[in-house]
Design a protein around this ligand. Structure first.
Ligand code: ADP
Length: 497
């Protein structure tokens, strides 16, 4: 919207200026044609003298300081009809006036109107005023556009980009399936609630906790739950928000964040994706990144700067603890590391139970079966799965989520959107044989995971799919299982000789 405004203005400005000059040229009053006596026909000075000699001139109105005259003369060739003609007079002909007076011609003189000068002055003023006004307007507008030139003027001020939630409303009950992490962090809640219990015996309260785990496993949720349980405000910012084009902006954001946090202590500061700023310094090709290093240094300084007992606990999340700068991990900073992993079958069931709380699910649906079908799903995947199923239920105008919607939602989350059905053709038959091949071998070979479903409905990249249900989470698999898988794959797609 803002960009289009600028375009309009860029076009409108020259158009306005040109329009003004055109208008001035065509409509602005011309002294020669002003007044009640106007005449369109022009007569030469010589002819005027001839008319005078022939006594045909009746009256002369002088304009423009005597330089223009509107002459009324009779024309004998046209039945002595009165004609009105315009004559340009030479400036130095004083004897002409005497002669006309002597001839008894009706003489009149009209003062010069000064409008021309006024209009000229205005014309000269309008252009620069319009130009300056337009430029000012453009400059002001571009100042509002993120990343526009106006931004450069205010970079030092670093608008804080963190969010603050006075009450997160999340409790430990809302986080499921990651019991070890929860237990570890339970203590942090006690630090925040009853710090005196620790300080009384001389214990130093930890400043930072690093949550390490793949995306969607509930790290943010866990941090919010700590704040919720302890009843303290929750400040959150993403590591990537610190890193800016200008050196020093990130550092000033860190300062802002800690300043605000100190005002609101006790509180939790949550830094997501800390690897964006906390990467090993000086590593990588092409040397260091000044801005990132300064930001990290500022973060380290701030963490050292406040005493452990101020009640600020920093929780950072990453899925790449290995790339973090060792200075961040040393005691006194993020000295506690808590691993948050993808849940096992029991964890998945608990997470499903948490997210099924506010959904209407048909009684015959077994959450246990869903947990079994979804190995490798993170907490976020499971939440998404139930939400997709609920959306499908609403779309199908059903009362409660049934197993059909759950099935469709799992298929959708795992394999992607449903494609257009295949048309009956040789290709469809071949795909059917191919999928049945997978299914038969999967059923006949004992060590293979049982077949759950065979389908010819295309999803994502695949035109047909055979689904297997692993009976349990598989960290390690046996030789027999590997052989069974190879058999199923080989039987359908024998190696080309
Ligand atoms: P991360 O920060 O690890 O990327 P989030 O905490 O942002 O993941 O998780 C996203 C969403 O997934 C949460 O809001 C929650 O709805 C759901 N979720 C993830 N893990 C869990 C869990 N352990 N228990 C309950 N819900 C979870």
């Amino acid at each position: 919207m803002k960009a289009s405004w600028r375009t309009i203005l860029l076009w409108a400005l020259p158009a306005l200026v040109i329009g003004f000059f055109l208008w001035q040229g065509s409509f602005a009053p011309n002294p020669a044609t002003m007044g009640k006596n106007t005449a369109s026909t022009r007569m030469t000075y010589g002819r005027f003298l001839e008319y005078l000699d022939a006594n045909r001139v009746k009256s002369v109105d002088l304009y423009d300081g005597g330089r223009t005259a509107i002459v009324e003369a009779v024309d004998p060739e046209l039945d002595n009809r009165l004609q009105r003609l315009r004559v340009d007079l030479p400036s130095s002909a004083p004897e002409l006036i005497t002669r006309m007076r002597d001839d008894g011609i009706n003489l009149d003189s009209h003062p010069t109107r000064n409008d021309g000068a006024v209009w000229g002055l205005l014309g000269n003023l309008v252009f620069p005023v319009l130009l300056l006004g337009g430029l000012f307007f453009l400059f002001r507008r571009s100042g509002n556009v993120p990343g526009g030139p106006g931004q450069a003027m205010s970079f030092g001020k670093s608008r804080a980009r963190f969010q603050m939630e006075a009450k997160t409303g999340v409790m430990f009950d809302d986080v499921a399936g990651i019991e070890e992490a929860k237990e570890e962090l339970q203590e942090v809640v006690t630090f925040l609630k009853k710090p005196e219990r620790f300080t009384a015996v001389g214990a130093r309260i930890p400043k930072g906790v690093l949550l390490v785990g793949p995306p969607g496993t509930g790290k943010t949720l866990l941090a919010k739950a700590i704040a919720g349980e302890a009843g303290v405000p929750f400040f959150s910012i993403s590591g990537s928000e610190f890193v800016e084009m200008f050196v020093g902006v990130g550092a000033s954001r860190v300062r802002d964040l800690f300043k605000k946090a100190k005002e609101n202590a006790p509180c939790i500061i949550f830094i997501d994706e800390i690897d964006a700023v906390g990467r090993q310094r000086g590593a990588g090709i092409g040397g260091g990144n000044d801005e990132r290093e300064q930001t990290l240094n500022q973060l380290l300084t701030e963490m050292d700067g406040f005493e452990g007992n101020t009640g600020i606990i920093i929780i950072a999340a990453t899925n790449r603890a290995d790339v973090l700068d060792s200075a961040l991990l040393r005691p006194g900073r993020f000295d506690r590391q808590v691993t948050v992993d993808v849940p096992d079958i029991k964890g998945r069931l608990e997470i499903l139970n948490v997210h099924a709380r506010n959904k209407k699910i048909a009684p015959e649906v077994s959450l246990d079966a869903i947990a079994r079908r979804t190995p490798g799903f993170s907490g976020a995947d499971l939440a998404n799965l139930l939400n997709e199923a609920a959306i499908l239920t609403a779309r199908r105008r059903k009362e409660a989520i049934t197993i059909l919607e759950i099935d469709d939602a799992v298929d959708r989350v795992v394999a992607g959107m449903e494609g257009t059905p295949l048309v009956d053709s040789k290709n469809k038959r071949l795909i059917a044989y191919h999928e049945i091949g997978h299914a038969i071998i999967g059923t006949l070979v004992k060590a293979h995971d049982p077949v759950q479903k065979v389908t010819l409905v295309p999803r994502g990249q695949a035109q047909g799919l055979t689904w297997f249900t692993p009976s349990e989470d598989q960290g390690l698999i046996s030789r027999a299982q590997i052989l069974a898988r190879i058999t199923a794959l080989w039987a359908v797609e024998p190696p080309k000789k």
